[in-house]
Design a protein around this ligand. Structure first.
Ligand code: BES
Ligand code: MN
Ligand code: ZN
Length: 498
């Protein structure tokens, strides 16, 4: 990821300077100065191009004698005005353009005097964040080649007033948090399994997060037989990790819950071979929770938030759970395991129950790559949102809108709860075949949350992308990190209005 520097110093004397242009050809303070120095070069270029629309570029190579080597004009203005997401996505476009031009270090001129929809320094910080998020790539296992294309490594953001410490910290925290989630989601399952995942969670201690790891013996003692039933086919031991950020004195925390299936073969109900490698990212819910804890602690949010993740590997073996087995969850409910591939809900059943009984939540939000059915319903454009509480659902929808991580509400309800009735046990872990598969998963989870305000995000369609996204390259998206951070910001901080 590129490194950001914020400075109120003099503009650089060489290199590439990115200069924002208002719609359709309005010059801000810096552009006006540069235009004068260059005898009207910028105005002339814009006239010839007929102005610069939002997100469009014009590259100007400067003659010797002028201080800079190159100006990259970028259209900023939009008739309807800019949202925070517009500013972030614009930053992402700038980063991609600079990378395509082979620029290794660039500067962004002050945005003063332009219609930005925010104060110039704040807008510049958002642009910079977008640039940083878009420049993330997971290259850990690629041996660098000698003739490799140059990469954008540095963006220096010039400001006319000091960027507040809180804002700078929030930018860096968000970028590092999303990168942490993407790193976890990208790792192969021979490297990242429950024990090593739990070790990585301990790194959050550096940010002041209290991290507690519950090992297999501890899980046995707690009676988490639903989670342990999934784990029993694997040579890898399961773990549950509890991460607490106490940024406010309020007693009851917001609890974030994540599905951490480090690899999902399906177990005895084994999945087809084609595409099975994708199931290394069946821990993306847990990754998002770890990332969100990083974001929240990294900017020292004034909120009490606890993250809890259930880490297992779902494997077929001589010790694996069989279709038809009955397990007793920690809550006391008995579950008939019809399909060992519906394992995420078994893991979350015990983690949700533990959270409810031991963490005294004010509300719970779980994230899970739970069903293929949610992809059938919503594609890769939105995650499924299920909630038993209108206020929580509304706050999540607002946060989703702000950060551009789409949520679409799907139903819960008694009629669907009938789908998971079992002849043999209290409930079974599948619904009625292809009918409302994502809801079947959600109503199963609902059995373990009781009366608490709760929301479930089925992120199976959005955790990984085979296409480039506005703020992410192909691969792990980090979906959920900024959404949860924004949820805390708008509804759970000491001064929140939610
Ligand atoms: N991890 C999968 C869901 C999934 C599918 C995530 C595709 C990402 C991409 C989950 O554990 C699973 O296998 N679900 C089953 C449930 C079924 C057996 C009731 C599914 O969706 O087929
Ligand atoms: Mn599965
Ligand atoms: Zn799974």
């Amino acid at each position: 990821m590129i490194e950001l520097n914020f400075t109120e110093g003099e503009l650089p004397a060489s290199g590439t300077l990115v200069v924002g242009i208002g719609a359709p050809a309005t010059l801000g303070a810096t552009a006006t100065g540069l235009d004068k120095k260059s005898k009207g070069l910028i105005r002339r270029a814009l006239e010839q191009a007929g102005g610069l629309k939002h997100g469009k570029f014009q590259e100007l190579v400067l003659p010797r004698g002028l201080e800079l080597d190159r100006l990259l004009l970028v259209g900023i203005g939009k008739p309807e005005g800019l949202s925070r997401l517009d500013r972030e996505e614009l930053g992402a476009r700038v980063a991609r353009k600079l990378e395509a031009l082979g620029v290794e270090a660039a500067a962004l001129a002050p945005l003063d005097g332009l219609e930005l929809g925010a104060a110039p320094a704040a807008a510049a910080a958002e642009l910079a964040l977008g640039a940083k998020l878009a420049s993330y790539a997971f290259r850990k296992y690629q041996t660098p080649e000698k003739d490799e294309a140059k990469r954008l490594g540095q963006l220096t953001v010039y400001l006319t007033e000091v960027l507040g410490d809180a804002l700078a910290a929030s930018v860096e925290a968000q970028a590092a948090a999303v990168a942490r989630a993407r790193d976890l989601v990208s790792e192969p399952a021979n490297v990242l399994y429950p024990e090593t995942f739990a070790e990585r969670c301990r790194e959050l201690g550096e940010l002041g997060v209290e991290v507690e790891v519950i090992d297999e013996a501890g899980l046995e003692q707690l009676g988490m037989r639903a989670l342990l039933g999934v784990a029993q086919g694997s040579a890898r031991q399961p773990r549950v990790v509890v991460m607490r950020w106490r940024g406010a004195k309020q007693a009851k925390p917001l609890v974030l819950v994540g599905k951490g299936v480090c690899f999902d073969t399906g177990g005895i109900s084994i999945k087809p071979a084609g595409g099975m490698e994708e199931m290394k990212w069946d821990m993306a819910g847990a990754g998002a929770v770890v990332g969100a804890m990083h974001a929240i602690a990294g900017r020292k949010a004034k909120a009490h938030v606890v993250g809890i993740i259930g880490l297992v590997e779902n494997m077929p073996s001589g010790t694996a759970q069989r279709p038809g087995d009955v397990v007793k969850a920690m809550s006391g409910k008995t579950i008939e395991v019809i399909n060992t591939d519906a394992e995420g809900r078994l893991v979350l059943a015990d983690v949700l129950h533990y959270a409810k009984e031991h963490l005294d939540p004010s509300a719970m939000v779980d994230l899970a790559t739970l069903t293929g059915a949610v992809i059938v319903a919503l594609g890769h454009e939105n995650a499924g949102l299920f909630a038993n509480d209108e206020k929580l659902a509304g706050n999540l929808a607002r946060a989703a809108e702000t950060v551009g991580e789409g949520l679409w509400r799907l139903p819960l309800g008694k009629a669907y709860t009938k789908h998971i009735k079992s002849q043999l046990a209290d409930i079974k872990n599948v619904g009625r075949g292809r009918e409302a598969g994502a809801t079947a998963g959600a109503v199963f989870l609902e059995e373990f949350v009781g009366e608490l305000p709760w929301a479930h995000l089925d992120i199976a369609g959005v955790a990984w992308s085979s296409r480039e996204q506005p703020l992410a390259a192909k691969g792990a998206t980090g979906f959920g990190v900024r959404l949860l951070d924004e949820l805390v910001r708008l509804a759970y901080e000491a001064d929140a209005k939610g």
